[in-house]
Design a protein around this ligand. Structure first.
Ligand code: AMP
Length: 283
């Protein structure tokens, strides 16, 4: 596995591959890798000649300084995991290499997607995401880039950015990878206390019940039902639960037959904020 820390070096290396007509798959991450990340890399390996993974804890997408400072860093283990799935190139730039001395975001208009859900609770988050992903696309110039449905709003926003800015890259969404007890894998899970880790599978259990209920009950009723369920969970604090249409990400009032819906949730387990979502059947 080749490792690069500067834009200049990785660009020049990738240029030699592009000149040989090699296709490039790109998986941007913030490190503290787990099997969710690896599933994206494996998918990228199947479709591309070369897979580039970036590890960069992007300061501009954090709305809370404490979360940025405490974000887990496990580079040694990350390197082992990357080698285990035959990652070809690791891009590991410093904050200075990416932002120079100006750590700030570009402002984006994602046609309102940025104001829903996460956008309401994490100010500036999606401007930070847009800024870093666009910067990385300009450096790596991948044919395809892979993002998890775990961050479904982010995935939709990246697709929107690619369309609006006419970027020449295909965006591939990948299914959510879960622990055996159903908890969506996340780098932040390692920061859960033992009791909160035990309580956290309740999130996905509830989402699965929501999926069942969506066949017969309306969205308002289900939302209230979820809110009441969480009120009885002393270790979990619900930040939001909403049922939204996949394209607009707007909370729904009534089901329409030709649309796709998902339930989205954000929960604090102690100090750790967890998000998850589930596709709902609409028939
Ligand atoms: P992160 O390192 O958390 O920024 O995540 C990097 C990429 O991995 C993003 O596209 C995430 O959506 C994706 N990802 C994170 N966790 C999972 C998971 N449990 N299953 C699938 N993809 C994931």
């Amino acid at each position: 596995m080749k490792v690069f820390a500067t834009k200049k070096e990785i660009k020049s290396y990738l240029l030699t591959l592009k000149n040989k007509k090699k296709t490039i798959g790109f998986v941007p991450t913030m490190g503290a890798l787990h099997h969710g990340h690896l599933s994206l890399i494996k998918k990228a390996k199947k479709k591309n000649d070369v897979v580039v993974v970036s590890i960069f804890v992007n300061p501009t997408q954090f709305d809370k300084k404490e979360d940025l400072i405490n974000y887990p860093k496990t580079l040694k283990n990350d390197t082992i995991l990357l080698k285990s799935v035959s990652c070809d190139v690791l891009f590991l730039p410093s904050v200075k290499e990416i932002y120079n001395d100006n750590i700030s975001s570009q402002k984006f208009d994602f046609d309102g997607l940025e104001h829903q859900m996460e956008g309401k609770f994490r100010e500036g988050h999606f401007d930070g995401v847009g800024t870093i992903v666009k910067t990385f696309f300009e450096i790596v110039e991948p044919n395809r880039a892979y993002f998890g449905q775990k961050d479904f709003q982010q995935l939709q926003i990246i697709k929107k950015m690619v369309r609006k800015h006419r970027l020449d890259v295909k965006i591939k969404g990948c299914p959510i990878f879960r622990e055996e007890d159903g908890l969506a894998m996340s780098s932040r899970n390692t920061r859960l206390t033992e009791v909160h880790r035990k309580a956290a599978p309740f999130i996905y259990k509830t989402l699965k019940k929501v999926r069942k209920k969506f066949g017969t009950e309306n969205a308002n009723y289900i939302t209230e039902w979820v809110e009441n369920k969480f009120k009885k969970q002393p270790l979990l604090e619900l930040e939001y639960f909403t049922i939204a249409e996949e394209k607009s990400l707007k909370t729904i009032k009534n089901k329409e037959s030709n649309k796709k819906y998902r339930a989205f949730i954000a929960v604090f387990a102690g100090k750790i904020r967890l998000i998850d979502n589930i596709r709902l059947k609409n028939d």
